[in-house]
Design a protein around this ligand. Structure first.
Ligand SMILES: [Zn+2]
Length: 226
């Protein structure tokens, strides 16, 4: 049995979350307060900070993972092109999925401390958000917002940081992914491979054997606990 903190780490608990109708999102109450603060500062610069993704449960991440493993949802290569999962070995499938999606139980979105943001001031109302790096650079629709956010984060004006800012060869860069440091650092410290293994062993996870065989490597390269 898992204790309450372990259940939060693994995305098994939703009771600790606060809901914001304004942002249509659920987050840890302290994270939510900090986001609303960041949103208010963004508004002064004419940016409408919105959340594309906030808390995600283990069940939800499991569904995403399994759909990708079964070829029911696109799996992309590093350049963003679609892969035919049926032509990949199980090991190749696992690592292709991990480039863009977290293993269930190992998503920072489970903690209520992490969220994907965009700034909506300069886009058409019917624009379909993709969350790609191209959207955040040069003349991309969210580039101005990200330039403002760069300065905000660099100055330490808020307590968010970008855990996936650079490409370290594992997870693709995600400049839109913010983590609320005061809480996330605590969760990261107590998250262990043993805890993750215990949860995955009992979960209806596609590619489970391959995941568990490679869990050392996965934990080192694809699970960001800093
Ligand atoms: Zn994210």
């Amino acid at each position: 049995m898992f204790d309450p903190i372990q259940r939060q780490l693994l995305g098994l608990d939703e009771n600790f979350l606060a809901h914001s109708p304004e942002l249509n999102s659920r987050l840890h109450p302290a994270t939510l307060a900090a986001v609303l603060d960041l949103r208010a500062r963004a508004a002064k610069f004419d940016f409408d900070l919105r959340i594309a993704s906030s808390f995600r449960s283990f069940e939800r991440q499991l569904l995403i993972w399994n759909n990708k493993a079964l070829g029911l949802r696109p799996v992309l290569d590093s350049a963003g092109a679609s892969l035919d999962v049926h032509r990949l070995s199980d090991r190749e499938k696992v690592f292709a999925i991990l480039r863009w999606s977290a293993l269930p139980g190992a998503s920072r979105h489970h903690w209520g401390t992490d969220l994907d943001v965009y700034g909506a001031a300069h886009i058409d109302p019917d624009y379909q958000i993709q969350l790609t790096v191209a959207e955040t650079e040069n003349d991309g629709p969210f580039a101005q917002f990200h330039r403002w956010l760069d300065v905000e984060l660099r100055q330490g004006a808020c307590q968010f940081y970008r855990p996936y800012a650079e490409d370290r060869g594992g997870i693709a860069p995600e400049p839109w992914h913010l983590s609320y440091a005061p809480l996330a650092k605590n969760y990261a410290q107590v998250f262990t491979q043993e805890l993750l293994r215990e949860q995955l062993e009992q979960a209806p996870l596609e590619l489970k054997d391959t995941v568990l065989e490679n869990l050392d490597e996965i934990f080192q390269c694809y699970i960001r606990v800093d």
